[in-house]
Design a protein around this ligand. Structure first.
Ligand code: ATP
Ligand code: MG
Ligand code: FE
Length: 350
């Protein structure tokens, strides 16, 4: 079975071919036009997808060495994301599927992140066998889910304000770092002291306010943002530049310690053997190291996709379509699909 996956939910235009369960190509073009605006400009994102989509799909087919007539399934992100951006990839997929008279499988982008441990990867760890905890941390979402092999899942916690990726990007912007700031903070933090300053960790055992942990698996990062802003305005520019690595490491520490604490707590409380981390923030080296150490300590198996599969990519879209088909939870031959902007917690991908 040959599946073409298409992803255009935000600022990556991507197409991938999954052939007999093997990822044959995964072409990703990250839009650079947004950098000077300090964030993704929706209108520009749609235009860039429109400009690139044909080329990227052709490149993915070429790299996989197959013709479009050899495709059996066309899969595309139907949401959540920037609605105009989603529409470009989804409409393209609808047109292509209709022209080829092949089924179209709409994919929920966040579910594709949640199940990214299932992306075929000779260099990666095999997918979890039983139920697992998924921590999906991206630019727009922070979700902790209990996931089952039948593709159903229960949302255990989510952010009540900013997403983890947003916390990286917004605090990084205050430090004068380019968008997206997550990778820059990651790089600076590698040689900084994470204990340099104690930034707040809301809704955890470290929380100093009444909104403390008590088993609460929701996340909150807006207090961290305010705290970083105050900290920076209370220190001179020279001091900040001199301690840039330490400040970045301390901000990163505040974000990742919360993520690790809650994911591990969720695994222990639900008695599951594995944790899978996904989404752009799971590329963070500090998070990977800390999560690895915590999982080793508690005897939990950790699944981390390779960086290329952590951030937005079409291989995860094709994989999600294959999972849904193989587990019999998708309707085929349905071109009548509407794009959507927000994540709906239906609690199941069925
Ligand atoms: P969503 O999936 O919620 O729709 P998105 O698709 O924009 O949002 P991703 O592409 O999965 O999100 O992730 C992008 C986010 O990941 C950005 O916020 C970016 O700063 C963050 N990120 C990427 N690499 C790293 C890193 N090494 N350390 C920390 N954050 C990172
Ligand atoms: Mg992105
Ligand atoms: Fe994403």
């Amino acid at each position: 079975m040959n599946i073409l996956g298409i992803e255009t939910s935000c600022d990556e235009t991507s197409a991938a071919v999954l052939q007999e369960g093997r990822i044959r190509s995964n072409v990703i073009s990250s839009q650079l036009v947004h950098a000077r605006f300090g964030g993704v400009v929706p209108e520009l994102a749609s235009r860039e997808h429109e400009r690139l989509i044909v080329m990227i799909v052709e490149e993915a087919l070429q790299e996989a060495n197959i013709q479009k007539n050899d495709l059996d399934i066309i899969a595309a992100t139907a949401g959540p994301g920037l609605i105009g951006a989603v529409m470009v990839g989804l409409s393209f997929a609808q047109g292509l599927a209709y022209a080829l008279q092949k089924p179209l499988v709409p994919v929920n982008h966040i579910e594709a992140h949640i199940f990214s441990a299932f992306i075929e990867d000779p260099e990666g760890t095999p997918p979890p066998q039983g139920p697992f905890i998924s921590l999906t941390v991206s630019g727009g979402h922070t979700l902790l889910c209990l996931v089952r092999q039948d593709l159903s899942y229960t949302v255990l916690g989510r952010t009540i304000d900013d997403a983890a990726g947003e916390a990286f990007d917004k605090t990084g912007k205050m430090l004068g770092l380019d968008y997206p700031a997550g990778p820059h903070i990651d790089r600076l933090a590698a040689t900084g002291n994470p204990a340099f300053h104690d930034f707040p960790r809301a809704l955890t055992s470290h929380s100093k306010t009444s909104r403390s942990f008590k088993g609460n698996l929701d996340f909150s990062f807006s207090g961290l943002k305010t705290s970083v802003r105050n900290y920076l305005s209370n220190h001179s520019e020279e001091f900040i530049q001199e301690h840039l690595h330490d400040i970045a490491a301390s901000i990163q520490e505040a974000i990742i310690s919360v993520l690790v604490e809650k994911a591990v707590y969720a695994a222990l409380r639900n008695n599951v053997a594995s944790i899978s981390i996904a989404g752009g923030v799971s590329a963070n080296r500090g998070l990977r190291e800390r999560m690895e150490a915590a999982c080793r300590h508690y005897g939990i198996e950790l699944h981390v996709p390779r960086t290329i599969y952590s951030t937005d990519n079409a291989a995860m879209i094709a994989t999600m379509a294959q999972l849904r088909i193989s587990r019999g939870v998708t309707e085929l031959n349905n071109y009548d699909v509407a794009p959507f902007a927000a994540f709906r917690t239906q609690g199941t991908s069925r």
